[in-house]
Design a protein around this ligand. Structure first.
Ligand SMILES: *Cc1c(COP(=O)(O)O)cnc(C)c1O
Length: 491
């Protein structure tokens, strides 16, 4: 027996149908289980000590291990009351698309086959979604971290000759770029990975609306030029990860034009708001960017992972990434036809068929319906912010632009409010009822609620506030009890 195909296909099919049915049921009823539960030490230890298997196991046994050891202890982002960080909820339809893609086992680095045309189609659709020209180039990647990195490397080629940079790096050039103080950490990391160094990313102060302050930006650019640096890039964020704020994109596009800088937008989740007619005006100027990074796996609910980078001007991306190696040479016909290939537009050569699940999401739901999900998330966020503002126990810590609400519990009974709010978030997460996360706003710890999941409803927001209130009462009862004990000990 040489190959790895099953001996008994009928048995495998039965097994597969069972897995499929059970996982679909699991998704269907996801809201009835806990959002998250800690993994028992025994489960963790089983993974930590499992030896490399030399002999094979039955698929049924492996599936059994999956359902008992993995499935119950996932992060919980499918659940409507997962409100931490920025995670998409995924869809059953997306799961099926991913299954088909795995069945085909296509490699989308290049060559002439239909999966590549599917990716070209979804990249063209993405360009249209964001107001980019139809001949804009782009590629699907793991996520916005990689998309931002590709865009930033492409931007360096705006000032350093592509071939020169490929052979000699940036040499002695003192390139600097700019992003708001609340830009995602992956932007600084992209500077690091590009060999520019994180210090070459200047962090621009924010205004009262948590947006990049364009006056401060101009001053920084002038200062850098005076000091002999070479400004090459400004990164605007459409939907910052801490508050959901949107940098003044039109002003940034104007400024980048005046200063001769590449204008990149990190729109990881926020860019999708362009599909929502009520919110699209907030993103005015996005369509003027030289490049855009965004995720399909966040607000567009495509299963992980699916990010995308778009570059306005054809040829720019390939100038940064295409290598002409003889063994990968393109032909006019046959399997090696159809340049440029996706491997010419980013660092990956072998690449999976992410495009299929993106196609199924865009075509299966339509951009109208995806826009409605965005509208709904933002309406829920505004509703939550309204309730926070009318509660005496709660304080809103940042304006709500999109779907992120930052607030905290305030009480005169506790001195260290950072401690209280931090503990409350942990209480909520461990309860399995609802899972927000934290951030820091203006130096204080905030409870951060990001509404991204298409399954989240008003009831879930009510449950969040009710549960938070209950845990606050428990914490305050503990604080009062401790004070009583202390008073008695002193008496
Ligand atoms: C999520 C996010 C990123 C990183 O995207 P990944 O898909 O996790 O790599 C970058 N920027 C912003 C604003 C984000 O919200």
């Amino acid at each position: 027996m040489a190959g790895l195909d099953p001996e008994d296909w009928e048995e495998l099919k039965a097994q597969g149908h069972q897995m499929l049915d059970e996982m679909l049921e699991n998704i269907r009823h996801v809201s009835q289980g806990p959002v998250w539960q800690p993994m028992p030490a025994s489960v963790r230890d089983a993974f930590k000590t499992a030896p490399l298997p030399d002999a094979g196991q039955e698929l049924g046994d492996l599936y059994q291990q999956f359902t008992t050891m993995v499935q119950p202890y996932a992060v919980g982002n499918r659940h409507p009351r997962f409100m931490g960080w920025v995670h998409g909820g995924g869809t059953a339809q997306g799961m099926l698309a991913d299954m088909l893609a795995a069945g085909l086992n296509a490699n989308l680095g290049g060559r002439d086959h239909a999966p590549v045309e599917v990716e070209r189609m979804v990249v063209r659709w993405a360009a249209e979604m964001f107001g980019f020209p139809p001949d804009a180039t782009g590629v699907l990647v793991t996520g916005s971290s990689m998309a931002n990195f590709i865009a930033i490397l492409t931007a360096t080629r705006n000032v350093v000759d592509g071939q020169d940079m490929r052979l000699h790096g940036i040499g002695g050039r003192r390139l600097v770029g700019y992003a708001g103080e609340s830009a995602h950490g992956c932007v600084a990391r992209a500077f690091d990975m590009a060999g520019l160094g994180e210090h070459a990313l200047r962090r621009v102060p924010l205004n009262a609306a948590c947006q990049m302050d364009t006056v401060a930006l101009e001053q920084l650019i002038a200062q850098d030029r005076a000091d002999g640096f070479e400004p090459f890039l400004v990164v605007g964020t459409a939907g910052t990860v801490d508050t959901g704020s949107i940098d003044p994109l039109n002003a940034l596009a104007d400024l980048a034009g005046r200063e001769g800088l590449w204008f990149h937008v990190d729109g990881a989740f926020g860019a999708l708001a362009r599909l929502a007619p009520d919110l699209a005006p907030l993103l005015a100027g996005l369509e003027r960017a030289d490049s855009l990074a965004f995720d399909f796996h966040k607000w567009a609910q495509v299963p992980y992972d699916a990010g995308c980078v778009l570059v306005r001007e054809p040829g720019r991306q390939a100038a940064a990434f295409a290598q002409s190696l003889a063994y990968l040479s393109r032909e006019d016909r046959g399997l090696a036809a159809g340049a440029p290939w996706f491997c010419d537009l980013g660092p990956d050569l072998s690449r999976g068929f992410r495009a299929l699940k993106v196609w199924f999401a865009l075509a299966g739901f339509g951009t109208d319906r995806l826009g409605q999900v965005v509208t709904q998330s933002c309406a829920l966020a505004r509703g939550l912010a309204g309730q926070v503002q009318t509660s005496v126990h709660l304080q809103l810590l940042a304006p709500v632009t999109l779907n992120v609400v930052c607030f905290r519990v305030v009480t005169p009974e506790v001195e260290d409010l950072d401690w209280l709010n931090g503990e409350l978030v942990k209480d909520l997460q461990v309860s399995g009822i609802v899972a927000p996360s934290t951030t820091r706003i203006g130096g204080v710890l905030a409870i951060r609620v990001a509404l991204v999941n298409h399954r989240t409803t008003e009831t879930d927001v009510t449950i969040l506030l009710d549960t938070l209130h209950s845990f606050m009462e428990v914490r305050l009862a503990q604080v009062r009890m401790m004070k009583l004990v202390e008073e008695q000990m002193q008496a």
